[in-house]
Design a binder for this molecule. Structure first.
Ligand code: SF4
Length: 262
């Protein structure tokens, strides 16, 4: 747990505007609204580069959506990673650079769940690696959670083109992977970041504002679930970082109570 000057430094990071150059391209979506993630310009540039490249694989070579076999009950991490990497269950397989399985400690107590890979995540194959990822790291560190102590995953394993919102059929086909990850990880607490993650985990269309500030339960195990803003939204709306801090403190207190830690 971080205390004193170090924690204050992280809180300062969470609260200051220099994280958010006003004209810099943000790399994720406006939170309560339906605007596409702010890394759309990057995506467009990448798409343009692909079109301009004479050696770019033609569309006909891209994976095509095809039915996939249900996951085996009790599937382990390795086979699950392979299933995700080769998945063609929805249209997103045609436009992804690679799948983004998730990253972190496979024995973590904390599972962080976001929405879907953005441009940088699609390139690197890891969730939350851009500016939003840096802010997420700072947010986690502020409650004493270095990134390598948690597991981080998304609702979708492939990037939606233009960072549009995931479509219901994409979520329906991809969620079994997340459920399998949760079954393997058995987290003590889940922190959902952003409207898309929260709504899909809770099967609700309630706005984020109504989902924050209360303790939810996920799945048959009734895993405690806390909702907060997506860090990309916070980059665009730094005034809400204070509310995010309240959410993080609530999540930390919930975890400590469960774990019997004072
Ligand atoms: S988003 Fe999920 S269901 Fe769709 S192709 Fe990627 S891994 Fe498969």
């Amino acid at each position: 747990m971080q205390h004193g000057p170090l924690r204050n430094a992280y809180l300062e990071v969470l609260g200051i505007d220099r994280w958010v150059p006003r004209n810099a391209p943000a790399d994720v979506p406006a939170e309560p609204a339906l605007a596409p993630r702010g890394d759309a310009p990057v995506q467009v540039a990448a798409a343009s580069a692909r079109q301009a490249s004479p050696i770019q694989a033609p569309a006909a070579r891209a994976p095509q959506p095809a039915p996939v076999a249900p996951l085996e009950p009790g599937i382990d991490w390795g086979p699950l990673r392979e299933r995700v990497a080769s998945c063609t269950a929805c249209e997103l397989c045609k436009t992804r650079t690679q799948t983004v399985f998730g990253v972190g400690n496979e024995r973590a107590d904390w599972l962080i769940i976001g929405e879907a890979p953005g441009a940088e995540e699609d390139r690197q194959g890891e969730p939350f690696v851009g500016r939003a990822g840096q802010l997420l790291n700072a947010m986690l560190q502020a409650i004493g959670l270095p990134r390598d102590t948690v597991f981080i995953a998304n609702i979708l394993k492939c990037r939606p083109p233009g960072n549009r919102d995931p479509r219901p059929e994409e979520v329906a086909r991809c969620l079994p992977f997340l459920h399998a990850q949760i079954a393997l990880l058995k987290p003590k607490i889940i922190l959902a970041v952003g409207r898309i993650a929260a709504q899909n985990l809770l099967a609700t269309d309630a706005p984020l504002a109504r989902l924050r500030g209360k303790l939810h339960a996920f799945g048959a195990a009734n895993t405690p679930l806390v909702i907060t803003y997506h860090p990309a939204y916070l980059l665009r709306t730094p005034a809400d970082k204070r509310k995010a801090w309240e959410d993080l403190k609530f999540a930390r207190a919930t975890y400590h109570k469960l774990a019997g830690v004072n």
